[in-house]
Design a protein around this ligand. Structure first.
Ligand SMILES: [Zn+2]
Length: 245
């Protein structure tokens, strides 16, 4: 059972938090391989590691594609989920009868082209938030984001008069271009795993840590550019705003 099995695993160290452009990683220790009673397709198994560069679906962003390997044995990932901070690598072994021994080490491989694309599409959502602020439309509150490559969008809560819509789109496009062109080459995207208190300081301009995050919870803060007020985010991003183009 997934629920029963995964409770015994420590939180997965998520290497993509530090570097979105790390596409292979070695020395990942196998903490468990199991077949859950439900939630996976026939023949699929779950691999749990101590650390992983693979990003599970979440925050409106699709999961990475990739595989794990150990010698001639490959584990092709079909899906990645996260439960209680444990990343579940779901997929199938090649050859089918192979497995990874608990305690052994595997290499993680992420599909580089897809990771770069997913990071760009998702980062563009953050860019739009900054552009909206710079356009003076702080009355429009970002809500849901969908950052899949086909049909990505960010939903804002509020109203824009029909007569203003065309002009707002033009302004937002202009602001996005300005933000990108005015950011110096040496200024990378800011991302940091923070204590709750640190996050309060980092997000002071944005009204502090949002109320949906329980007090005391550590969180990752993301600021795309210097004057981004920031938000909590566990996704994969471009390393520099120039990479969005
Ligand atoms: Zn993000």
């Amino acid at each position: 059972m997934v629920e029963a099995a995964q409770q015994t695993y420590p939180k997965t160290v998520r290497e993509y938090f530090d570097n979105s452009y790390k596409f292979t990683s070695s020395g990942n220790r196998v903490l468990g391989v199991f077949t859950p009673a439900e939630g996976v397709a026939e023949g699929q198994q779950v691999v749990v590691l101590d650390k992983s560069i693979l990003h599970p679906q979440g925050g409106g962003q699709p999961n990475d594609e990739g595989h794990l390997s150990q010698g001639d044995t490959k584990f092709v990932i079909a899906e990645l989920k996260i439960k209680d901070d444990v990343v579940m690598h779901i997929g199938k072994f090649e050859p089918a009868e192979a497995t990874f021994a608990e305690g052994s080490e595997v290499d993680c491989h992420v599909d580089e082209a897809k990771r770069r694309l997913f990071a760009r599409v998702h980062s563009a959502g953050h860019l739009l938030d900054v552009a909206m602020m710079k356009a003076g439309r702080t009355d429009l509150k970002p809500s849901k984001g969908y950052h899949f490559a086909t049909g990505a969008y960010v939903e804002y809560i509020g109203a824009v008069e029909a007569s203003e819509r065309e002009a707002l789109v033009a302004t937002l496009n202009e602001k996005c271009a300005q933000i990108i062109s005015s950011t110096p080459a040496e200024m990378n995207v800011f991302k940091k795993m923070c204590t709750y208190e640190e996050a309060q300081e980092q997000l002071a301009g944005a009204g502090g840590v949002p109320s949906y995050i329980a007090e005391g919870t550590p969180l990752r803060v993301l600021k795309l550019v210097a004057d981004d007020l920031g938000c909590p985010c566990g996704g994969t991003h471009v390393e520099h705003v120039h990479d969005i183009q």
